[in-house]
Design a protein around this ligand. Sequence first.
Ligand code: GDP
Ligand code: MG
Length: 441
Amino acid sequence: TLSDRLTSVLQNLRGKGRLSEADIDATAREIRVALLEADVALPVVRAFIAKVKERAKGAEVSQALNPAQQVVKIVNEELIGILGGETRRLNLAKNPPTVIMLAGLQGAGKTTLAGKLAKWLRGQGHTPMLVACDLQRPNAVTQLQVVGERAGVPVFAPEPGNGVGDPVDVARRGIDEAKRAQHDVVVVDTAGRLGVDEEMMRQAIDIRAAVQPDEVLFVVDAMIGQDAVNTATAFRDGVGFTGVVLTKLDGDARGGAALSVREVTGQPILFASNGEKLEDFDVFHPDRMASRILGMGDMLTLIEQAEQAFDADQAEAAAVKMGSGRLTLEDFLEQMLTLRKMGPIANLLGMLPGAGQMKDQLANLDEKHLDRVQAIIRGMTPAEREDPKIINASRRLRIANGSGVRVSDVNDLVNRFFEARKMMSQMAGRFGLPGAGKSSR
Ligand code: GDP
Ligand code: MG
Protein backbone atom coordinates (compact mmCIF):
# COMPACT_ATOMS: atom_id res chain seq x y z
CA THR A 1 0.00 0.00 0.00
CA LEU A 2 0.95 3.64 -0.26
CA SER A 3 1.27 3.67 3.49
CA ASP A 4 3.78 0.81 3.42
CA ARG A 5 5.78 2.43 0.69
CA LEU A 6 6.03 5.80 2.37
CA THR A 7 6.79 4.29 5.71
CA SER A 8 9.56 2.25 4.20
CA VAL A 9 11.02 5.33 2.55
CA LEU A 10 10.95 7.26 5.77
CA GLN A 11 12.50 4.33 7.60
CA ASN A 12 15.77 5.09 5.86
CA LEU A 13 15.89 8.48 7.47
CA ARG A 14 15.57 7.17 10.97
CA GLY A 15 18.69 7.45 13.02
CA LYS A 16 20.17 10.20 10.93
CA GLY A 17 21.11 13.25 12.91
CA ARG A 18 20.66 15.76 10.17
CA LEU A 19 18.76 16.06 6.94
CA SER A 20 21.19 16.72 4.11
CA GLU A 21 20.15 18.01 0.71
CA ALA A 22 21.02 14.62 -0.77
CA ASP A 23 18.78 12.93 1.81
CA ILE A 24 15.91 15.18 0.90
CA ASP A 25 16.37 14.55 -2.81
CA ALA A 26 16.62 10.81 -2.37
CA THR A 27 13.58 10.74 -0.13
CA ALA A 28 11.60 12.91 -2.51
CA ARG A 29 12.46 10.52 -5.33
CA GLU A 30 11.23 7.56 -3.34
CA ILE A 31 8.04 9.30 -2.30
CA ARG A 32 7.49 10.17 -5.94
CA VAL A 33 7.75 6.53 -6.96
CA ALA A 34 5.48 5.49 -4.11
CA LEU A 35 2.83 8.01 -5.09
CA LEU A 36 3.01 7.13 -8.78
CA GLU A 37 2.69 3.47 -8.00
CA ALA A 38 -0.30 4.32 -5.87
CA ASP A 39 -1.87 5.81 -9.01
CA VAL A 40 -1.67 9.45 -8.00
CA ALA A 41 -1.80 11.60 -11.14
CA LEU A 42 1.54 12.89 -12.33
CA PRO A 43 0.86 16.64 -12.09
CA VAL A 44 -0.39 16.12 -8.55
CA VAL A 45 2.73 14.16 -7.65
CA ARG A 46 4.96 16.87 -9.11
CA ALA A 47 3.27 19.64 -7.19
CA PHE A 48 3.32 17.57 -4.03
CA ILE A 49 7.00 16.68 -4.26
CA ALA A 50 7.96 20.26 -5.01
CA LYS A 51 6.16 21.47 -1.91
CA VAL A 52 7.59 18.78 0.34
CA LYS A 53 11.11 19.40 -0.93
CA GLU A 54 10.88 23.10 -0.48
CA ARG A 55 9.57 22.79 3.02
CA ALA A 56 12.06 20.09 3.99
CA LYS A 57 14.93 22.24 2.85
CA GLY A 58 13.61 25.23 4.73
CA ALA A 59 13.14 23.11 7.82
CA GLU A 60 16.78 22.10 8.02
CA VAL A 61 17.73 24.77 10.46
CA SER A 62 15.19 24.33 13.24
CA GLN A 63 15.49 20.86 14.65
CA ALA A 64 13.21 19.93 17.46
CA LEU A 65 12.37 16.67 15.69
CA ASN A 66 14.64 14.04 14.26
CA PRO A 67 14.83 14.02 10.45
CA ALA A 68 12.38 11.18 9.95
CA GLN A 69 9.81 12.79 12.22
CA GLN A 70 10.36 16.04 10.46
CA VAL A 71 9.69 14.59 7.03
CA VAL A 72 6.66 12.70 8.30
CA LYS A 73 5.28 15.92 9.66
CA ILE A 74 5.78 17.78 6.40
CA VAL A 75 4.46 14.96 4.23
CA ASN A 76 1.47 14.62 6.52
CA GLU A 77 0.64 18.32 6.41
CA GLU A 78 0.98 18.45 2.65
CA LEU A 79 -1.18 15.35 2.26
CA ILE A 80 -3.88 16.96 4.36
CA GLY A 81 -3.62 19.97 2.08
CA ILE A 82 -4.06 17.85 -1.04
CA LEU A 83 -7.02 16.09 0.53
CA GLY A 84 -8.74 19.42 1.08
CA GLY A 85 -7.53 20.72 4.42
CA GLU A 86 -10.63 21.35 6.45
CA THR A 87 -13.52 18.91 6.72
CA ARG A 88 -16.21 20.14 4.37
CA ARG A 89 -19.73 19.94 5.76
CA LEU A 90 -22.81 19.25 3.72
CA ASN A 91 -24.48 22.38 2.37
CA LEU A 92 -28.01 22.59 3.76
CA ALA A 93 -30.62 24.76 2.09
CA LYS A 94 -31.99 27.75 3.96
CA ASN A 95 -35.42 26.79 2.71
CA PRO A 96 -35.87 23.03 2.92
CA PRO A 97 -35.84 20.64 1.30
CA THR A 98 -32.12 20.43 0.73
CA VAL A 99 -31.67 18.63 -2.58
CA ILE A 100 -28.67 16.33 -3.03
CA MET A 101 -28.11 14.86 -6.47
CA LEU A 102 -25.82 11.87 -7.00
CA ALA A 103 -23.84 11.47 -10.21
CA GLY A 104 -21.20 9.02 -11.36
CA LEU A 105 -20.46 5.98 -13.48
CA GLN A 106 -22.43 2.76 -13.23
CA GLY A 107 -21.17 0.67 -10.35
CA ALA A 108 -19.59 3.63 -8.59
CA GLY A 109 -21.86 3.08 -5.60
CA LYS A 110 -24.51 5.80 -6.02
CA THR A 111 -27.53 3.76 -5.06
CA THR A 112 -25.75 2.24 -2.10
CA LEU A 113 -24.65 5.72 -1.11
CA ALA A 114 -28.23 6.98 -1.28
CA GLY A 115 -29.11 4.51 1.47
CA LYS A 116 -26.03 5.35 3.50
CA LEU A 117 -26.70 9.06 3.26
CA ALA A 118 -30.32 8.55 4.22
CA LYS A 119 -29.40 6.56 7.27
CA TRP A 120 -26.70 9.01 8.28
CA LEU A 121 -29.03 11.99 7.77
CA ARG A 122 -31.66 10.35 9.92
CA GLY A 123 -29.06 9.97 12.63
CA GLN A 124 -28.49 13.71 12.38
CA GLY A 125 -32.16 14.36 12.99
CA HIS A 126 -33.19 14.90 9.38
CA THR A 127 -36.17 13.39 7.59
CA PRO A 128 -34.75 12.37 4.22
CA MET A 129 -36.50 10.97 1.20
CA LEU A 130 -34.95 9.19 -1.80
CA VAL A 131 -35.92 9.74 -5.43
CA ALA A 132 -35.31 7.03 -8.03
CA CYS A 133 -34.21 8.66 -11.28
CA ASP A 134 -32.19 5.76 -12.64
CA LEU A 135 -34.73 4.44 -15.10
CA GLN A 136 -32.07 2.99 -17.38
CA ARG A 137 -31.65 -0.41 -15.85
CA PRO A 138 -34.63 -2.61 -15.08
CA ASN A 139 -33.71 -3.27 -11.46
CA ALA A 140 -32.34 0.11 -10.47
CA VAL A 141 -35.61 1.35 -8.97
CA THR A 142 -36.11 -1.83 -6.97
CA GLN A 143 -32.54 -1.63 -5.73
CA LEU A 144 -33.14 1.87 -4.39
CA GLN A 145 -36.40 0.76 -2.79
CA VAL A 146 -34.61 -2.05 -0.98
CA VAL A 147 -31.91 0.32 0.19
CA GLY A 148 -34.50 2.87 1.32
CA GLU A 149 -36.38 0.28 3.28
CA ARG A 150 -33.21 -0.77 5.04
CA ALA A 151 -32.46 2.82 5.91
CA GLY A 152 -36.03 3.35 7.02
CA VAL A 153 -36.78 6.18 4.61
CA PRO A 154 -39.42 6.54 1.89
CA VAL A 155 -38.51 6.23 -1.78
CA PHE A 156 -40.24 8.17 -4.52
CA ALA A 157 -40.33 6.14 -7.73
CA PRO A 158 -42.26 6.24 -10.99
CA GLU A 159 -45.45 4.19 -10.99
CA PRO A 160 -44.71 0.78 -12.49
CA GLY A 161 -46.19 -0.17 -15.83
CA ASN A 162 -45.97 3.24 -17.46
CA GLY A 163 -43.15 2.42 -19.80
CA VAL A 164 -39.66 3.69 -19.20
CA GLY A 165 -40.61 7.12 -17.88
CA ASP A 166 -38.75 10.38 -17.91
CA PRO A 167 -36.13 10.75 -15.17
CA VAL A 168 -36.34 14.55 -15.26
CA ASP A 169 -40.07 14.39 -14.67
CA VAL A 170 -39.64 11.87 -11.86
CA ALA A 171 -37.03 14.11 -10.25
CA ARG A 172 -39.33 17.11 -10.40
CA ARG A 173 -42.29 15.23 -9.00
CA GLY A 174 -40.06 13.73 -6.32
CA ILE A 175 -39.13 17.18 -5.06
CA ASP A 176 -42.77 18.23 -5.04
CA GLU A 177 -43.66 15.16 -3.03
CA ALA A 178 -40.87 15.89 -0.56
CA LYS A 179 -42.21 19.40 -0.06
CA ARG A 180 -45.71 18.14 0.41
CA ALA A 181 -44.67 15.46 2.91
CA GLN A 182 -42.21 17.85 4.56
CA HIS A 183 -39.02 15.92 4.10
CA ASP A 184 -36.13 18.25 4.78
CA VAL A 185 -33.55 16.48 2.59
CA VAL A 186 -34.04 14.80 -0.78
CA VAL A 187 -31.43 12.50 -2.29
CA VAL A 188 -31.78 12.03 -6.06
CA ASP A 189 -30.26 8.82 -7.41
CA THR A 190 -29.39 8.95 -11.11
CA ALA A 191 -28.33 6.58 -13.88
CA GLY A 192 -24.71 5.99 -14.73
CA ARG A 193 -22.97 4.36 -17.66
CA LEU A 194 -19.88 2.25 -17.86
CA GLY A 195 -18.02 5.09 -19.46
CA VAL A 196 -18.68 8.75 -19.79
CA ASP A 197 -21.20 9.25 -22.56
CA GLU A 198 -23.06 12.19 -23.93
CA GLU A 199 -26.56 10.91 -23.37
CA MET A 200 -25.94 10.14 -19.72
CA MET A 201 -24.31 13.51 -19.19
CA ARG A 202 -27.18 15.24 -20.97
CA GLN A 203 -29.66 13.51 -18.69
CA ALA A 204 -27.69 14.45 -15.59
CA ILE A 205 -27.52 18.06 -16.76
CA ASP A 206 -31.27 18.10 -17.38
CA ILE A 207 -31.99 16.67 -13.95
CA ARG A 208 -29.67 19.19 -12.36
CA ALA A 209 -31.41 22.03 -14.17
CA ALA A 210 -34.82 20.73 -13.13
CA VAL A 211 -34.18 20.22 -9.43
CA GLN A 212 -31.56 22.92 -8.73
CA PRO A 213 -29.71 20.81 -6.18
CA ASP A 214 -27.86 22.34 -3.24
CA GLU A 215 -25.21 19.68 -3.70
CA VAL A 216 -24.24 17.57 -6.68
CA LEU A 217 -22.09 14.76 -5.35
CA PHE A 218 -19.79 13.03 -7.78
CA VAL A 219 -19.51 9.42 -6.61
CA VAL A 220 -16.31 7.67 -7.58
CA ASP A 221 -15.00 4.17 -7.03
CA ALA A 222 -11.60 4.56 -5.39
CA MET A 223 -10.50 1.36 -7.09
CA ILE A 224 -10.65 2.61 -10.66
CA GLY A 225 -7.10 3.92 -10.57
CA GLN A 226 -5.92 6.62 -12.93
CA ASP A 227 -9.32 6.57 -14.63
CA ALA A 228 -10.74 8.41 -11.62
CA VAL A 229 -9.07 11.62 -12.72
CA ASN A 230 -10.40 11.45 -16.29
CA THR A 231 -13.87 10.52 -15.14
CA ALA A 232 -13.89 13.31 -12.56
CA THR A 233 -12.78 15.82 -15.16
CA ALA A 234 -15.51 14.72 -17.54
CA PHE A 235 -18.18 15.08 -14.86
CA ARG A 236 -16.82 18.42 -13.76
CA ASP A 237 -16.99 19.73 -17.32
CA GLY A 238 -20.34 18.02 -17.95
CA VAL A 239 -22.93 18.11 -15.22
CA GLY A 240 -20.54 19.79 -12.79
CA PHE A 241 -20.42 18.92 -9.10
CA THR A 242 -19.99 20.55 -5.73
CA GLY A 243 -18.41 17.66 -3.87
CA VAL A 244 -16.94 14.18 -4.16
CA VAL A 245 -17.75 10.90 -2.45
CA LEU A 246 -15.14 8.15 -2.49
CA THR A 247 -16.47 4.61 -2.39
CA LYS A 248 -14.94 1.15 -1.92
CA LEU A 249 -12.12 2.45 0.18
CA ASP A 250 -12.34 -0.84 2.05
CA GLY A 251 -10.90 -2.77 -0.87
CA ASP A 252 -8.39 -0.27 -2.10
CA ALA A 253 -4.72 -0.70 -1.67
CA ARG A 254 -4.04 2.21 -3.98
CA GLY A 255 -6.20 5.13 -2.97
CA GLY A 256 -3.87 7.34 -4.91
CA ALA A 257 -6.25 8.24 -7.69
CA ALA A 258 -8.68 9.48 -5.11
CA LEU A 259 -5.99 11.77 -3.81
CA SER A 260 -5.77 13.36 -7.22
CA VAL A 261 -9.49 13.89 -7.70
CA ARG A 262 -9.74 16.71 -5.24
CA GLU A 263 -6.53 18.37 -6.44
CA VAL A 264 -7.42 18.08 -10.12
CA THR A 265 -11.08 19.13 -9.89
CA GLY A 266 -10.71 21.56 -7.03
CA GLN A 267 -13.83 20.12 -5.39
CA PRO A 268 -13.78 18.79 -1.83
CA ILE A 269 -14.35 15.21 -0.75
CA LEU A 270 -17.36 15.09 1.58
CA PHE A 271 -17.89 11.45 2.40
CA ALA A 272 -16.15 8.11 2.22
CA SER A 273 -17.69 4.67 1.82
CA ASN A 274 -15.84 1.63 3.01
CA GLY A 275 -18.11 -1.35 2.72
CA GLU A 276 -21.40 -2.71 1.49
CA LYS A 277 -23.40 -2.20 4.67
CA LEU A 278 -25.26 1.03 5.31
CA GLU A 279 -23.04 1.77 8.30
CA ASP A 280 -19.84 1.51 6.26
CA PHE A 281 -19.78 5.21 5.66
CA ASP A 282 -18.44 8.35 7.24
CA VAL A 283 -17.85 12.03 6.81
CA PHE A 284 -14.51 12.48 5.08
CA HIS A 285 -11.82 13.96 7.29
CA PRO A 286 -8.68 14.97 5.38
CA ASP A 287 -6.48 14.71 8.46
CA ARG A 288 -7.67 11.21 9.31
CA MET A 289 -7.24 10.08 5.72
CA ALA A 290 -3.72 11.49 5.61
CA SER A 291 -2.69 9.71 8.77
CA ARG A 292 -4.28 6.54 7.48
CA ILE A 293 -2.24 6.82 4.28
CA LEU A 294 0.90 7.57 6.21
CA GLY A 295 0.13 5.06 8.90
CA MET A 296 1.01 7.60 11.56
CA GLY A 297 -1.39 6.01 14.00
CA ASP A 298 1.00 3.16 14.45
CA MET A 299 4.18 4.43 12.94
CA LEU A 300 6.58 1.99 14.55
CA THR A 301 4.71 -1.16 13.67
CA LEU A 302 4.41 -0.02 10.10
CA ILE A 303 8.10 0.80 9.90
CA GLU A 304 8.89 -2.76 10.92
CA GLN A 305 6.42 -4.22 8.46
CA ALA A 306 7.77 -2.04 5.71
CA GLU A 307 11.24 -3.50 6.13
CA GLN A 308 10.13 -6.72 4.50
CA ALA A 309 7.92 -5.12 1.86
CA PHE A 310 8.85 -2.97 -1.07
CA ASP A 311 11.64 -4.65 -3.03
CA ALA A 312 9.78 -7.06 -5.28
CA ASP A 313 10.02 -6.19 -8.96
CA GLN A 314 6.53 -5.49 -10.21
CA ALA A 315 6.72 -7.54 -13.37
CA GLU A 316 7.97 -10.52 -11.47
CA ALA A 317 5.19 -10.10 -8.96
CA ALA A 318 2.61 -10.11 -11.73
CA ALA A 319 4.12 -13.22 -13.31
CA VAL A 320 4.12 -14.98 -9.98
CA LYS A 321 0.52 -13.99 -9.50
CA MET A 322 -0.46 -15.50 -12.81
CA GLY A 323 1.69 -18.58 -12.49
CA SER A 324 0.44 -19.41 -9.06
CA GLY A 325 -3.18 -18.96 -10.04
CA ARG A 326 -3.65 -15.95 -7.84
CA LEU A 327 -4.85 -13.63 -10.57
CA THR A 328 -7.97 -11.76 -9.43
CA LEU A 329 -10.91 -10.28 -11.27
CA GLU A 330 -9.63 -6.89 -10.20
CA ASP A 331 -6.39 -7.53 -12.16
CA PHE A 332 -8.50 -8.74 -15.02
CA LEU A 333 -10.67 -5.62 -15.06
CA GLU A 334 -7.61 -3.40 -14.90
CA GLN A 335 -5.98 -5.13 -17.84
CA MET A 336 -9.18 -4.94 -19.80
CA LEU A 337 -9.54 -1.21 -19.18
CA THR A 338 -5.96 -0.60 -20.24
CA LEU A 339 -6.48 -2.59 -23.39
CA ARG A 340 -9.75 -0.91 -24.26
CA LYS A 341 -8.23 2.54 -23.95
CA MET A 342 -6.21 1.67 -27.04
CA GLY A 343 -9.35 1.45 -29.16
CA PRO A 344 -11.81 -1.16 -30.36
CA ILE A 345 -10.55 -4.66 -29.65
CA ALA A 346 -11.25 -5.87 -33.18
CA ASN A 347 -8.96 -3.23 -34.67
CA LEU A 348 -6.32 -4.12 -32.19
CA LEU A 349 -6.43 -7.82 -32.99
CA GLY A 350 -6.62 -7.03 -36.68
CA MET A 351 -3.17 -5.51 -36.50
CA LEU A 352 -1.62 -8.75 -35.33
CA PRO A 353 0.13 -10.86 -37.95
CA GLY A 354 -1.94 -13.85 -38.99
CA ALA A 355 -5.14 -12.23 -37.83
CA GLY A 356 -6.65 -12.82 -41.26
CA GLN A 357 -7.69 -16.33 -40.27
CA MET A 358 -9.29 -14.98 -37.14
CA LYS A 359 -11.91 -13.01 -39.03
CA ASP A 360 -14.80 -15.06 -37.73
CA GLN A 361 -13.78 -14.75 -34.15
CA LEU A 362 -13.19 -11.06 -34.58
CA ALA A 363 -16.70 -10.64 -35.87
CA ASN A 364 -18.02 -12.37 -32.77
CA LEU A 365 -16.00 -10.36 -30.37
CA ASP A 366 -18.37 -7.50 -30.02
CA GLU A 367 -17.84 -4.54 -27.78
CA LYS A 368 -21.20 -5.12 -26.15
CA HIS A 369 -19.95 -8.33 -24.69
CA LEU A 370 -16.95 -6.54 -23.21
CA ASP A 371 -19.27 -3.88 -21.81
CA ARG A 372 -21.21 -6.63 -20.12
CA VAL A 373 -18.11 -8.22 -18.65
CA GLN A 374 -17.01 -4.83 -17.41
CA ALA A 375 -20.44 -4.13 -15.90
CA ILE A 376 -20.44 -7.46 -14.10
CA ILE A 377 -17.02 -6.96 -12.55
CA ARG A 378 -17.88 -3.39 -11.58
CA GLY A 379 -20.97 -4.70 -9.85
CA MET A 380 -18.84 -6.90 -7.63
CA THR A 381 -17.45 -5.87 -4.30
CA PRO A 382 -13.70 -5.65 -3.82
CA ALA A 383 -13.75 -8.87 -1.84
CA GLU A 384 -15.53 -10.69 -4.65
CA ARG A 385 -13.07 -9.44 -7.24
CA GLU A 386 -10.19 -10.52 -5.08
CA ASP A 387 -11.54 -13.97 -4.41
CA PRO A 388 -14.22 -14.99 -6.91
CA LYS A 389 -14.69 -18.28 -5.08
CA ILE A 390 -16.89 -16.52 -2.54
CA ILE A 391 -19.40 -15.61 -5.24
CA ASN A 392 -22.25 -17.89 -4.25
CA ALA A 393 -25.75 -18.06 -5.69
CA SER A 394 -27.15 -15.09 -3.78
CA ARG A 395 -24.16 -12.95 -4.64
CA ARG A 396 -24.55 -13.91 -8.29
CA LEU A 397 -28.14 -12.78 -8.21
CA ARG A 398 -27.20 -9.48 -6.58
CA ILE A 399 -24.42 -8.86 -9.09
CA ALA A 400 -26.71 -9.70 -12.00
CA ASN A 401 -29.40 -7.34 -10.75
CA GLY A 402 -26.93 -4.59 -10.04
CA SER A 403 -25.27 -4.86 -13.43
CA GLY A 404 -28.42 -5.33 -15.46
CA VAL A 405 -27.43 -8.75 -16.82
CA ARG A 406 -28.72 -12.28 -16.42
CA VAL A 407 -27.45 -14.58 -13.71
CA SER A 408 -26.22 -16.90 -16.44
CA ASP A 409 -23.97 -14.09 -17.71
CA VAL A 410 -22.41 -13.82 -14.27
CA ASN A 411 -21.99 -17.59 -14.07
CA ASP A 412 -20.38 -17.58 -17.47
CA LEU A 413 -17.86 -14.93 -16.57
CA VAL A 414 -16.91 -16.50 -13.26
CA ASN A 415 -16.52 -19.95 -14.79
CA ARG A 416 -14.45 -18.70 -17.67
CA PHE A 417 -12.28 -16.74 -15.30
CA PHE A 418 -11.53 -19.86 -13.29
CA GLU A 419 -10.70 -21.78 -16.46
CA ALA A 420 -8.38 -19.05 -17.69
CA ARG A 421 -6.64 -18.89 -14.36
CA LYS A 422 -6.11 -22.60 -14.31
CA MET A 423 -4.78 -22.57 -17.84
CA MET A 424 -2.30 -19.83 -17.03
CA SER A 425 -1.14 -21.77 -14.05
CA GLN A 426 -0.54 -24.86 -16.17
CA MET A 427 1.25 -22.88 -18.84
CA ALA A 428 3.48 -21.33 -16.24
CA GLY A 429 4.35 -24.81 -15.04
CA ARG A 430 5.24 -25.99 -18.52
CA PHE A 431 7.43 -22.99 -19.25
CA GLY A 432 8.98 -22.83 -15.83
CA LEU A 433 7.75 -19.35 -15.04
CA PRO A 434 8.14 -17.98 -11.56
CA GLY A 435 5.38 -18.89 -9.20
CA ALA A 436 4.60 -22.12 -11.01
CA GLY A 437 3.45 -24.91 -8.81
CA LYS A 438 2.51 -22.67 -5.95
CA SER A 439 -0.91 -23.62 -4.74
CA SER A 440 -3.90 -21.79 -6.11
CA ARG A 441 -6.60 -20.79 -3.71
P1 GDP B 1 -24.37 2.51 -8.78
O1 GDP B 1 -24.42 1.81 -10.10
O2 GDP B 1 -23.47 3.71 -8.83
O3 GDP B 1 -25.70 2.83 -8.22
O4 GDP B 1 -23.63 1.49 -7.77
P2 GDP B 1 -24.27 0.54 -6.65
O5 GDP B 1 -24.69 1.34 -5.48
O6 GDP B 1 -25.29 -0.34 -7.27
O7 GDP B 1 -22.97 -0.31 -6.22
C1 GDP B 1 -22.30 -1.24 -7.07
C2 GDP B 1 -21.71 -2.38 -6.25
O8 GDP B 1 -20.70 -1.90 -5.36
C3 GDP B 1 -22.73 -3.06 -5.36
O9 GDP B 1 -22.48 -4.43 -5.39
C4 GDP B 1 -22.48 -2.48 -3.98
O10 GDP B 1 -22.86 -3.37 -2.95
C5 GDP B 1 -20.99 -2.26 -4.01
N1 GDP B 1 -20.52 -1.16 -3.16
C6 GDP B 1 -20.94 0.13 -3.16
N2 GDP B 1 -20.23 0.88 -2.29
C7 GDP B 1 -19.31 0.04 -1.72
C8 GDP B 1 -18.27 0.22 -0.75
O11 GDP B 1 -17.99 1.31 -0.24
N3 GDP B 1 -17.56 -0.89 -0.44
C9 GDP B 1 -17.80 -2.10 -0.98
N4 GDP B 1 -17.06 -3.13 -0.59
N5 GDP B 1 -18.75 -2.30 -1.90
C10 GDP B 1 -19.51 -1.25 -2.27
MG1 MG C 1 -27.52 2.75 -9.11
